[in-house]
Design a protein around this ligand. Structure first.
Ligand code: NAP
Length: 474
């Protein structure tokens, strides 16, 4: 630890991942009263903000305005951003330990949970997260192809991600044009032939993971009618029982919204969004070319498990729906990072309140911490990460106080910058990002859209270079 001129303690922190959890952790660290902190945030992409840029739906611009808060955090003199620098590729855990007192992993949940049913890997069966990253212009996903010439599509799962996917498939091109959806996705969706979207929930309406504002918004789609089946929104005895006890107004409101969809199909709209309950996919069926042609579902019934939760189990009734495209939206999953203890079954870094634990000894691995989805799993909204990161930083503060942090061999913040310049000369600073951001907004303004995104790393770097050259030239 360094002593500054006020005799205060100064520590250096590296945060891997620049999504909400990473930014809130940085903010909490920079606001500590008992020690000063210099924070370096790393991201493998040149662009910061994680899922706010590549996950939040393009038609939810208001939610994206949270980036103004992140810009403010980044403007702190002790904050640096090293974009386009990948942990495990450009910098290793050993590099970080040589330079930082604390290292926080805030890498989110980068992959999906599997369904483990036959046909899951057929052509035309995708994860929702691939589709989400694609329409949001994530450079790693921009070249994926989705066969939108299909008339009928299934989305497995009834969480908010499933709702996002359904909305994007059901919106008119005029509605989409008002968003910052990737250019290529806009062109592909303009030609879309999708007319029927089947969103499939394995439990009942009251157990659906989507939230009320999201499911209410579906009723406002310009040219898509939401349809529910009266018999599937009829409540079972266990749910009625629990409602009687809990008087959960949010759940009651959710049911009212879903009931209204059962009553109001005027037949005037071009597309239909069928929200189904009490069905589980048992097989995705392919044609002779290995392309999705249908999905086989089993009808479920609900029961109360020993822990009191209401779960589903299959009956002996089956049905098949003809669909040419399937999106599996059954939750995200964290990916292990080189050298960092990982809980395979839960898909999170082994940790307690954010302190990374050795799986054998259950002891804290000194200097290592986690925040966000890679710490607690893929639950909650953007704001949830604020408290989550606060909990992690509280542990850090205790450890700083007790001298229980890593002791780096390097003694200043310049040496890591020198190392990065050598290994990844194309790294991107926050000022660079602000320039890219401005260029994207200007391109958007010219088209009457919130922004037009750069979707390849090379065009981002080229745009920055051009900007730099212009500045040098005069
Ligand atoms: P989620 O909320 O956990 O929903 C996952 C869905 O998949 C649930 O309906 C779940 O059903 C279902 N499921 C899981 N395993 C299944 C299986 N084997 N077969 C059939 N269905 C299965 O996950 P998410 O939608 O990916 O969202 C992740 C987080 O991001 C959530 O906290 C969400 O609220 C948040 N988010 C928020 C917004 C927003 O605020 N607008 C937008 C997007 C995402 P069970 O409930 O029966 O397990």
């Amino acid at each position: 630890m360094e002593e500054n001129k006020n005799n205060d303690v100064t520590i250096r922190a590296a945060i891997i991942g620049s999504g909400p959890a990473g930014f809130y952790a940085a903010d909490h660290l920079l606001k500590q009263k008992d020690f000063n902190c210099k924070v370096d945030v790393f991201d493998r992409l040149p662009t910061p903000h994680g899922l706010v840029r590549s996950g939040v739906a393009p038609d939810h611009q208001k939610i994206k305005s949270v980036t103004r808060v992140y810009d403010k955090i980044a403007s702190h003199p002790s904050f640096r951003f090293f974009g386009h620098v990948e942990f495990g590729k450009h910098i290793t855990l050993e590099d970080l330990k040589r330079h930082y007192h604390v290292i926080i992993f805030a890498t989110g949940a980068q992959t999906d949970r599997k369904l483990n049913i036959p046909g899951e890997d057929l052509t035309g069966s995708h994860t929702a997260t691939e589709f989400v990253a694609w329409y949001n212009g994530h450079p790693d996903y921009r070249d994926l192809e989705f066969d939108l010439s299909q008339k009928s599509v299934a989305i497995i799962g009834v969480g908010n991600v499933a709702v996002d996917v359904a909305r994007i498939l059901c919106r008119t091109i005029e509605e989409l044009r008002e968003t910052d959806i990737a250019d290529y996705a806009l062109s592909a969706l303009e030609k879309s032939k999708v007319r029927d979207v089947h969103m499939l929930g394995r439990r009942g309406p009251m157990q659906a993971a989507f939230t009320n504002p999201e499911v209410r918004e579906l009723g406002k789609l310009l040219d898509a009618q939401v349809v529910t089946l009266p018999e599937e929104i009829e409540l079972d005895e266990f749910t009625l029982d629990s409602l009687e006890t809990n008087k959960d107004q949010t759940a009651i409101n959710k049911l009212e919204i879903l009931k209204s969809y059962a009553e109001h199909d005027t037949g005037e709209k071009t597309r239909r969004l069928h929200i189904r309950f009490l069905v589980s996919p048992v097989e995705i069926i392919g044609d002779e070319n290995g392309r999705v042609k249908a999905i086989r579902l089993v009808r479920n019934e609900l029961y109360k498990s020993e822990d009191g939760s209401i779960r589903s189990r299959p009956t002996d009734k089956y049905e098949e729906i003809d669909v040419g495209l399937v999106f599996r939206s059954v939750g995200y999953r964290g990916v292990a990072l080189p050298g960092v203890p990982f809980h395979e079954r839960w898909g999170v870094i082994n940790n307690e309140k954010g302190r990374v634990l050795d799986p054998e000894t259950r002891e804290h691995v000194q200097g290592l911490y986690a925040a966000g989805w890679i710490k607690r799993g893929p639950t909650g909204v953007i704001g949830t990460n604020k408290q989550d990161s606060a909990e992690t930083v509280k542990c850090i503060a205790e450890d700083v106080k007790n001298g229980n942090i890593n002791t780096p061999s390097e003694h200043d913040s310049e040496t890591i910058e020198k190392l990065i310049k050598k290994i990844q000369p194309d790294y991107v600073t926050y000022d660079d990002w602000l320039k890219l951001n401005k260029l994207e907004m200007e391109k958007g303004e010219a088209e009457g859209r919130p922004r037009v995104k750069y979707t390849t790393v090379s065009e981002m770097l080229k745009a920055l270079k051009a900007k730099e050259d212009n500045t040098v030239d005069g």
